[in-house]
Design a protein around this ligand. Structure first.
Ligand code: COA
Length: 160
């Protein structure tokens, strides 16, 4: 009994809709206060490799790229996130994710549009996104939204 009450006390957003169901989705600038909940969302999202991302590294990223990244919130639930920034030349969107119980309602596109608006305002003319080859959302999400798949580019990475 006590065990089941404890189990019910903390559950991820998945399957936890109820009181929040009737509340509309709001979009907020991704700030330090969201980091723990965003990491929880990302860790539950297929196709997202957190690599060396930590609360501290994300906070540093947000400080270097203020106001470019977004979260989607319904009531007290954080249901979507996109990390975005630029290097003065190109923009980048990382780790776009929407809670599995909230997908196909336009939240992913709304997050991307907010990221792109911020980049545009900063004078950035092009944005890249890196998607694992085996991620089905590469074709399903980015392709139909007008993003060009680059077969002419290879990615090389190096640990420092
Ligand atoms: C990719 C992801 C962010 C999309 O979020 P979403 O809120 O469901 O996306 P949207 O509702 O804005 O979808 C926009 C369009 O993308 C396409 N699409 C998205 N998911 C799809 C699916 N499962 N099947 C077919 N088409 C899909 C559709 O064209 C959709 O428009 P429609 O619903 O009017 O047909 C979400 O599926 C996710 O979090 N996936 C796991 C993490 C991931 O792979 N992230 C991308 C790597 S960076």
């Amino acid at each position: 009994m006590v065990k089941s009450m404890l189990a019910a006390a903390w559950r991820p957003a998945v399957g936890r809709r109820g009181e929040s169901d009737h509340m509309s989705v709001t979009y907020q600038s991704f700030e330090a206060e969201h980091i723990d909940r965003v990491l929880d969302l990302w860790s539950r999202s297929e196709g997202i490799d957190l690599g060396s991302d930590s609360p501290a590294s994300l906070q540093e990223f947000l400080e270097r790229n203020p106001s470019f990244s977004w979260v989607a919130v319904r009531g007290d639930l954080l249901i979507g996130a996109a990390l975005c920034g630029h290097d003065g030349r190109r923009g980048y969107i990382h780790h776009l994710a929407v809670d599995s119980s909230e997908r196909r309602t336009g939240i992913g596109q709304a997050l991307v549009q907010r990221c792109l608006s911020g980049l545009r305002r900063a004078g950035i003319g092009k944005c890249h996104v890196f998607v694992f080859r085996n991620n089905r959302f590469g074709e399903l999400f980015w392709g139909p939204a007008g993003w060009e798949r680059r077969d002419d580019v290879q990615m090389f990475s190096h640990f420092l």
